[in-house]
Design a protein around this ligand. Structure first.
Ligand SMILES: [Zn+2]
Length: 167
């Protein structure tokens, strides 16, 4: 079993989160909400970039039971695009670093890849590319989907089953 521990840190280092094992998925999302959420966080004072140059947001998505904040949790602040939205983007308020995204009913956490030091797993897919506005060509290093793509759902279902059987 892969027990690699990856650490994501805010820019100033006061907030640290740890992720254990292989992510469910390493992906880039271009959906309009990720773009809007990223722009809003980037507009906060001294915020580090959230969006990639082509408007995508790179995430390492982990099972919720394999991702936790190990220091500075009291500094985390939730941002929602709309009041009552089930999706919150969690920012380290010390330095306005985007740390992770949580979709409330979900059993997963999508952590912002930019916050991980060292080697992160390669990008496995790009989703919601119908919202991509960049003039540059879409990178071809991984499959792209105009929507979420069957592969994403397959990964989530497989992760859920593994949790049910206690793996
Ligand atoms: Zn910080």
């Amino acid at each position: 079993m892969d027990l690699t521990v990856r650490t994501s840190s805010c820019v100033c280092g006061r907030v640290r989160c740890e992720a254990v094992g292989a992510p469910i998925l390493s992906g880039v999302c271009y959906c309009d909400n990720c773009q809007e959420g990223g722009r809003r966080i980037e507009a906060l004072p001294h915020a580090a970039p959230v969006l990639d140059a082509d408007g995508g947001t790179s995430y390492l998505t982990y099972r919720s039971d394999r991702f936790r904040c190990v220091s500075g949790a009291e500094l985390l602040t939730d941002y929602r695009i709309r009041e009552g939205s089930p999706t919150r983007r969690v920012v380290a308020s010390c330095c306005n670093s985007a740390m992770f995204l949580k979709f409330e009913p979900g059993f997963w956490v999508s952590s912002y890849r930019a916050r991980f030091a060292g080697d992160a797993p390669p990008v496995e897919m790009r989703t919601q590319t119908k919202y991509r506005r960049a003039a540059t060509e879409l990178p071809r290093d991984a499959p792209s989907y105009r929507g979420y793509g069957f592969k994403l759902w397959g990964r989530l279902i497989a992760a859920r089953l593994a949790m049910f059987i206690g793996r």
